[in-house]
Design a binder for this molecule. Structure first.
Ligand SMILES: [Zn+2]
Length: 803
């Protein structure tokens, strides 16, 4: 994992193509290569990116500062803007041209990048759908209209638009260390987001005749130029979000005078745009420990009824951000409160219409505060001065501001699922501040690096909100249905965003589950949390690649996880470990009998001892149980009981289990590994007379190598769990055995009792009604010094002998 390989392999790896032999160089063998090092699959370490997964001594990244002025024409739903961009070439390369993203061209019928998608005849269709299916001849008027691009002196710069990408050709190469200052003037017709789709646009409310604008991916934005890819100028086809360069923003936004505007960064002229009463409440909110309404429901309703024709300009400043987004509406109720993060105050705020008042006034800002606090504990302290949630009936993230959903019924009531959906989406979108807004991965290439990592921390954060929250991401059992699908419907997590067939499970929930399994079952919380934090800390305000993540997790934990990345991120095999047979014996201490065994199922024979698996612990995963038993954790719903609503009750969320079942996690002592060189004494022999011996034979039916978690239930009703690491499959990836010496008679055996491994077939996980033991011979054996294949005196059931 830390070797230097030919740069050709780097090129292959970064395009997502992996040489077949890297994945499977010995498919017919029992000893395949599931435990081989990732080797050439990972890019070659260099001075920018080290073999340990950290930024190297010569790491560099570009910077783009923006000074933007824009005006929202509400009546004509049009935006006009002009920007001055200062682009810093920190790379060692001279640049002949630069690339900008024109994402609004997604909505243009001629200049979009969506025409490449396959389409079929719909059963029911809106006129918009039909319109999109017409062969485009005339421009529909959407998309960026560029009114001119000039250099710092006002001299026009030539440019070429290729769908959603624009290349500006420079009169002379921009040399390393130089800056380029240039101006872009543009405008676009804002689209109806609910009809045309997309990340931003407007929503019209016919009941009161007002608009809610979500202005996102709205100005021509610099593409990323990087050491690992050059220009990231992949077209925006709607799904793969974006890759952007960090920089500072000053943005002046002119809107109708009665609008409330929220944007990335801090508004620096509230005194000029708020009423004295609102300004006083804003200042009060800055130190409040519960949300203070800066604009009230009554004020918002009055504005809705009497729209203003005047305008006001709101001015925002945001430093070290990769993007700027904003929202504007006279419908907004606006509240805020303070959340201290390691001594620094963060203004948490929410904006929502009356349609969401019943939920958002109670929950949104508290969720923002809880999210940045929880994420900070798993990564790094939230570095920005504000964090905001906007109700816009969707779910989309930008630095310091995000758009979420959760509207009530007209009478203010709501269902439990609407409320839980809102909690999930606010935590998720606010959490995106960390991945990918600050840990700035390339979303247009690797969706899992932002959605997967973020869904994982979202799950941890939901857990800390309420130990009974019904999280849909994270717990291993939630991925079983996806992992069960036929292979032609699956692709590896390491798949480019636009090429993923099942986007949700592949990019969000499978990586979230994989990381949860790493944390709870493979590495343990202590090692995992340190390494994950190290990754976030190393790549805070930088551009990581998948290799940087994989390498850091190993580098900081001392765990060789190449097998795990191979199986979960580069492969599609599911986990299905079967307990095929169990042999039972007692020691024969009298000497002369040949070794015989209990009557476990012969290979291919009838499995008469198996019974259907009992459903235990069925829908509470191990993370929930451990959190509940960790007395240092205080859940938000217990700390702040004002967030308990009509739906709060003991049995909310998922079914609870008897946690005493989980108490005994100690490993059974594996006597088979106890290679005592000294001969048996009578005392030893006497000891074995009372023991029970078991040989468990497992097969790997799914293909994914995973730990084997064995729970013994003894005849006296007590239980014990043995956790066998995945490396047990090293020498034989298909069949392994494990031998146990037990003090007590075993009544039944169950694999993965806490559903930690995403085992897709639990029917082969259980063994009950064990047979009567037969006897086998015990004899003394002199062990040769340094000899291999040593056994204990108990022969011949060697551990891991395989079949
Ligand atoms: Zn997301």
């Amino acid at each position: 994992m830390k070797k230097v390989y030919a740069s050709l392999c780097f090129a292959l790896a970064i395009t997502g193509m992996v040489k077949a032999q890297d994945i499977q160089n010995n498919p017919g063998s029992n000893h395949g290569n599931k435990f081989e090092q990732l080797g050439t699959i990972l890019p070659t370490p260099n001075e920018q990116r080290t073999a340990s997964g950290a930024p190297g001594a010569k790491y560099w990244q570009q910077r783009a500062d923006y000074n933007i002025k824009c005006e929202l024409d509400e009546k004509n739903t049009k935006l006009t803007g002009r920007e001055t961009i200062t682009y810093y070439n920190n790379s060692p390369d001279p640049l002949d041209y630069i690339w900008l993203q024109l994402d609004e061209n997604q909505h243009n019928n001629l200049d979009n990048a969506n025409y490449q998608s396959s389409t079929t005849m719909p059963k029911v269709a809106s006129t918009t759908v039909l319109e999109k299916a017409e062969i485009a001849t005339e421009d529909n008027g959407y998309g960026d209209k560029i009114a001119g691009i000039t250099d710092a002196l006002g001299k026009p710069l030539p440019y070429t638009i290729n769908k959603t990408m624009m290349r500006i050709d420079l009169p002379a190469p921009l040399k390393p260390g130089q800056q380029l200052v240039f101006n872009v003037k543009w405008s676009y017709k804002i689209s109806d987001r609910l009809t045309y789709g997309g990340r931003g646009g407007y929503e019209y409310f016919p009941a009161d005749g007002n608009y809610l604008f979500t202005m996102t991916q709205w100005y021509p934005r610099l593409c990323v130029y990087s050491d690992f890819q050059g220009w990231q100028n992949h077209q925006f086809a709607g799904r793969g979000e974006f890759a952007l360069t960090f920089g500072n923003f000053k943005v002046q936004i002119t809107v109708p005078a009665d609008h409330v505007v929220g944007g990335t960064g801090e508004c620096i002229n509230y005194a000029a745009v708020l009423t004295p009463g609102q300004l006083a409440r804003y200042n009060q909110a800055k130190t409040a420990s519960a949300p203070v309404q800066i604009v009230t429901l009554d004020e918002a309703k009055k504005r809705e009824a009497n729209p203003s024709t005047a305008t006001k300009t709101w001015v925002f400043q945001a430093n070290n951000v990769r993007d700027f987004a904003w929202t504007s509406s006279r419908k907004f109720i606006w509240d805020g409160m303070n959340q201290a993060i390691e001594g620094k105050n963060v203004m948490c705020m929410s904006y929502y219409g009356k349609e969401a008042y019943g939920l958002y006034s109670k929950y949104s800002t508290k969720l923002v505060a809880h999210t940045i606090k929880s994420y900070s504990s798993f990564t790094f302290p939230y570095p920005y001065p504000v964090a905001q949630s906007v109700e816009a009936s969707n779910g989309m993230e930008y630095p310091m501001i995000c758009f979420n959903n959760g509207r009530t019924q007209p009478d203010g009531t709501y269902s439990e699922s609407t409320k839980n959906g809102m909690i999930g989406v606010i935590i998720h979108e606010v959490g995106h501040n960390f991945f990918p807004m600050i840990v700035n991965s390339d979303e247009r290439r690797w969706t899992w690096m932002d959605e997967g990592l973020n869904s994982f921390v979202e799950y941890l954060t939901e857990e800390l909100w309420d130990n009974k929250f019904p999280s849909k991401k994270g717990a291993a059992y939630t991925q079983v249905d996806y992992m069960k699908l036929p292979k032609n419907e699956l692709e590896p997590i390491m798949t480019n965003s636009e090429n993923i067939v099942r986007f949700g499970p592949n990019a969000y929930t499978k990586p979230a589950t994989a990381l949860n399994i790493l944390r709870e079952t493979i590495m343990g919380r202590k090692l995992f949390d340190f390494a994950f934090k190290e990754y976030a800390r190393r790549w805070e305000f930088k551009h990581p690649t998948p290799g940087d993540f994989f390498r850091t997790m190993e580098d900081a934990s001392g765990e060789n996880l190449d097998w795990f990345w191979r199986g979960w991120f580069y492969g599609i095999d599911p986990c299905d470990i079967s307990l095929d047979s169990v042999k039972v014996a007692k020691a024969d201490l009298d000497g002369n009998l040949p070794a015989t065994f209990g009557q476990g199922r012969a290979p291919g024979g009838a499995n008469t001892n198996k019974v259907a698996a009992p459903i235990v612990n069925n829908y509470e995963d191990i993370s929930k149980i451990r959190n509940r038993e960790d007395k240092t954790i205080q859940f938000y719903v217990d700390k702040d009981t004002t967030v308990r609503d009509f739906y709060w009750r003991y049995d909310r969320g998922l079914a609870a289990v008897d946690s005493s079942k989980f108490k005994d996690m100690t490993k059974a002592k594996n006597m088979a590994d106890n290679r005592k060189p000294e001969p048996f004494t009578d005392v030893d022999k006497a000891k074995y007379a009372s023991k029970f011996f078991y040989e468990l034979n497992f097969s790997n039916k799914g293909g994914l190598v995973m730990p084997i978690i064995v729970q013994f239930t003894y005849a006296d009703g007590s239980k014990q769990i043995d956790r066998i690491p995945a490396q047990v499959w090293r020498l034989n990836e298909k069949h392994v055995s494990k031998f146990y010496v037990q003090d007590k008679e075993v009544a039944s055996i169950q694999l993965d009792p806490y559903r930690e491994t995403c085992d897709i077939d639990e029917s082969n996980n259980y063994w009950g009604k064990l047979p009567e033991p037969s006897k086998f011979q015990v004899f003394k054996q002199k062990v040769a010094a340094g000899g291999r294949g040593q056994t204990t005196g108990v022969n011949p059931m060697q551990v891991g002998s395989g079949k």
